[in-house]
Design a protein around this ligand. Sequence first.
Ligand SMILES: Cc1cc2nc3c(=O)[nH]c(=O)nc-3n(C[C@H](O)[C@H](O)[C@H](O)COP(=O)(O)OP(=O)(O)OC[C@H]3O[C@@H](n4cnc5c(N)ncnc54)[C@H](O)[C@@H]3O)c2cc1C
Length: 522
Amino acid sequence: MPESFDIVVMGSGLGGLVCATIFAKEGFNVLVLEKNNQYGGNLQTFVRDRCIFDTGVHYIGGLETGQNLYQYFHYLGIADRLRLKRMDVNGFDLVTFDNDSNEYPYAQGGENFVAQLSQYFPEEHEGIKRFHGKMKEICQSFPLYRLNAEDTYQWNEDILGLKVSDVINSCTSNPKLRAVLAGTNLLYAGMEDKTPFYVHALSINSYIESAWRCINGGGQIAKLLIREIRKHGGKVLKYKEVVKFQVEDGLLRAISTLDGSTYHATSFISNIDPKKTLDLIGNYPIRKSYVNHIRQAENTMSSFSLYIVFEPQRMPYLNKNYYHFKDEASVWGNIDYRTADWPAGYMVSMNAKSDNDQWADGMTVFTYMRYDEVKAWENSRNTVADTEYRGEGYERFKQEKTEIMLQELEKKFPGLREHIHATYVSTPLTYRDYIGSETGGMYGFVKDANHPLKNYLPPRTKIKNLLLTGQSVNMHGILGVTISAVLTCAELLGKEYLMGKINKANQIESLTTNDPLWQRLT
Ligand SMILES: Cc1cc2nc3c(=O)[nH]c(=O)nc-3n(C[C@H](O)[C@H](O)[C@H](O)COP(=O)(O)OP(=O)(O)OC[C@H]3O[C@@H](n4cnc5c(N)ncnc54)[C@H](O)[C@@H]3O)c2cc1C
């Protein structure tokens, strides 16, 4: 007899896990199905030479008590259990350039952000202040970022159509400051002629409010959410790749997994790439305009990451990230790189550890990489069941790119090579296979200020009991995906009801009396 659930969530990325936690807390009979052997999607970590690496969570914002992500995580029952390290208050991100010894800081706290940056651009103080003010203002117009249940922003084209490059240019004419203000755009795969200002503001402002690293990696977010789901009676299963939908009379009746199991539910939530979700719907007739809307959506750029393991006690731990560029033009030009100039910029981050603050075990460097650079190997797969060797050519490609990246890194961190024990690499194919995104895109669908609604994807689909969640629905990032998941759940629970619960969340209520935290709090 096939098992039947109230809600089946397909995919255990952050969006899927947040949805499952909410419904489990609300008393629904919930099941999560994950194709991989590790839960969490981009929250996954991996270990090489005893060094823990994050794949998609270098840092998180908004986690100070009372801030927005803290309150969402508080409701979910995980905020006070996360092991976090606050990043450097006066410069959690540094934007740097070849041939310029200055390290331009992004500081925590609005006034501090303006003050620290103004030290490098004293004559631009008013412009920096104005830019920060505009970021705050636009965040305020997104109700769920201030934990409010109003529903007004989705269709406001004045907000959605404003470009970040235009806002920066309106605040300063100083070319270096323009580059610095845009310098963290790897966080949202920024495009000068497309990226809306709200994408920048929602991503960056939460870090300015407070910036944190996960001690020993972001995988703890997935583990804690799964613990909550199970505590509330939900089930979470791995090695369960969803391969087929059974749709009848406009309803998803059942889904099948690769191992031959079938699951029935009243409602289904897909955390799988929306294009892959369409593939699963198969030939069932749904409105062509809807299908085209998803099929034609532009995927965000993919990435190349270099994971460096250091020899013990050789490389000091840096409690900040670097966004480094060859020059000012590379800040926006990086994404349209010419292969001969790659990489025009990169981001460097280190893992926080519990036992040692002085030395770094390793460092992650990531930059853009187009899918077509690895297309030659696209028919090889690196799947759970079959870790197929992609071949000599691919290994050579990775080595060549590693060498180029190390040469670039040496410019900013002279002598770095001498500290290296080993290097590992991920490419767009890695993300394609582990996350299941079409071309290994980093952040879901591109948001385009020129066509604000073109890539807007609501959580409701044309199949009545199938909802979408994840980074292509609304926003990417830990905060963005959490809020997207709340919007998905609100479709069934009601936004006012759910936001009421989130705002009134009380950690003690969600604990059992024999939980150590309960004992600490009472
Ligand atoms: C390189 C990189 C760096 C990043 N850095 C940061 C950062 O520092 N801070 C930040 O806030 N955000 C960062 N992000 C973004 C953030 O990690 C993502 O926005 C977020 O984790 C995506 O969550 P999601 O819910 O969309 O799920 P995803 O992570 O996309 O997960 C989808 C899940 O579905 C599963 N799945 C797919 N197909 C199937 C199937 N057929 N059956 C069953 N399961 C399936 C996958 O295995 C996966 O577990 C980064 C992302 C990348 C790529």
